[in-house]
Design a protein around this ligand. Structure first.
Ligand SMILES: [Zn+2]
Length: 97
């Protein structure tokens, strides 16, 4: 049995592909449960971006080798069925590490 935890932050999240707000965020069953509150805070504080480009997702994962793809929440748009992962929005100084 698979349980997928869906998260609604309480404000609309806009699909980057079709601009619909029918976007669902969810935590993959492989997602580490103790990481969920951290991501919920980031999402709630609007410190995240939705990413659907596989090239950018790959780049992100090389840059932070310790974080697996399952360490990030997923998203899917109910309007166009586009989807991807939620990335943390990073400031410039963090990128230089
Ligand atoms: Zn969409």
């Amino acid at each position: 049995m698979t349980i997928i935890e869906v998260y609604f932050p309480g404000f609309p999240i806009i699909c980057p592909a079709c601009k619909s707000d029918r976007v669902v965020l969810f935590f993959d069953p492989r997602f580490i449960p103790r990481e969920i509150p951290r991501w919920k805070d980031l999402i709630y504080e609007k410190k995240t971006v939705l990413e659907n480009s596989w090239e950018k997702i790959k780049l992100e994962n090389q840059w932070k080798k310790d974080v697996k793809v399952s360490g990030k929440p997923n998203w899917i748009c109910k309007e166009c069925y586009d989807g991807g992962i939620v990335l943390e929005k990073l400031s410039e100084d963090v990128k230089n590490c």
